[in-house]
Design a protein around this ligand. Sequence first.
Ligand code: PLP
Length: 396
Amino acid sequence: MEECKCEIMKRCTKAIIHKDNLIHNLNEIKKLVSPKTKVCIVVKADAYGHSSVFVATLAETMGFEYLAVATVDEAIELRQAGIKSNIILLSLCTPEEMMAIFEYHIIPLIFSDKYIDLLIHETEIYNQKKNTKEKVDVFLAVDTGMGRIGCSYSESGLQAKKIESSKYLFLKGMCTHFAVSDCIEENDEEYTNLQFDKFKHAIELVRKEGIDPGICSCGSSAVTLNNFEMHLDMIRPGLIIYGYYPNDVTKDYLEKKGRFIDLKPVLSLETKIVAIKHFSKGDSISYGRTFVCEEETDIAILPIGYADGLNRLLSCGGKVSINGHSYPICGRICMDQCMVNLGNNNCDVHLWDKVVIFGPENSGALQDANDLAKICNTISYEILTSLSKRVERIIL
Ligand SMILES: *Cc1c(COP(=O)(O)O)cnc(C)c1O
């Protein structure tokens, strides 16, 4: 049979990953951080939608030694792609997933008696089966006020002792996570300082037991930019790698403090116009008939909808960029399509023209994920991680 010579056409709705911008952001982060501090590149949720294998591979070639994921599956995906770096698992796994921790050399966070006992038990079984004496590296998670995973800071000494006394576990480090490090109100800063003090106290309690706390880590993106004294042995930035400032810790805020860091969004979401139709005054557009044409107008139809990750809340107030100009989304965004109002004397916009929903400036976008987040009353994190599987990621 003759081989098909035609190239399979790719869908025009796609996410472009601007590699140069990613490298730029990683270098900006490197510049901020003392060489003594490790940088753990957070690639959970498919690297915030940017393709974790790609980001992890690039980070590895740039000399970063630590990666962080949220699920065992995410770690396995990286290992199967040949990633050799240390991989920290930031969320808890269930007993059924624990074997993968040994098989794929994943570093779990642990903190409770039950969890530690279970891990010791599973490690024993694993070693017996393989006839080995391998230890598992673990991080002791301390809850200093996030109200999520971790032991109370006063328990850290006891937990570390439990870890150290097991012949199967090795205390590789300690970590905590801040609740409001991305906020700059005075009481928020106080809270972060309080959490930091508790963490330092937790580290001291471990040292008092004669145990080396290993790599101590508390900061994510906001701390990376804003609290150098909290960098300790390792920071864990996620969002800033992908080019967004966390909440109040904006570029302007940092500049006022005399810090110049330039982050560039890495991902642009693009599509094409697949039809342009002319409508008369009084015609309605899309479900619910929420948009009624006030005059004769051209409407462009785009093959992108909320199933691609275009939040339905953008039906009201959302815009797109076509040939460098901004046009409003009109009517409700559907699952797979949405409509854009081109106005009543359109001559600039044509069928098959490229449409940029959001992205860095050099992608032709007039807005970024943060602008979309404001309209949707959410955060850039959610806009980025909502992009669905059927939106192909293309590395540029
Ligand atoms: C997600 C996460 C991070 C990264 O947070 P950013 O705000 O994206 O930098 C760091 N540490 C933990 C424990 C996390 O869950």
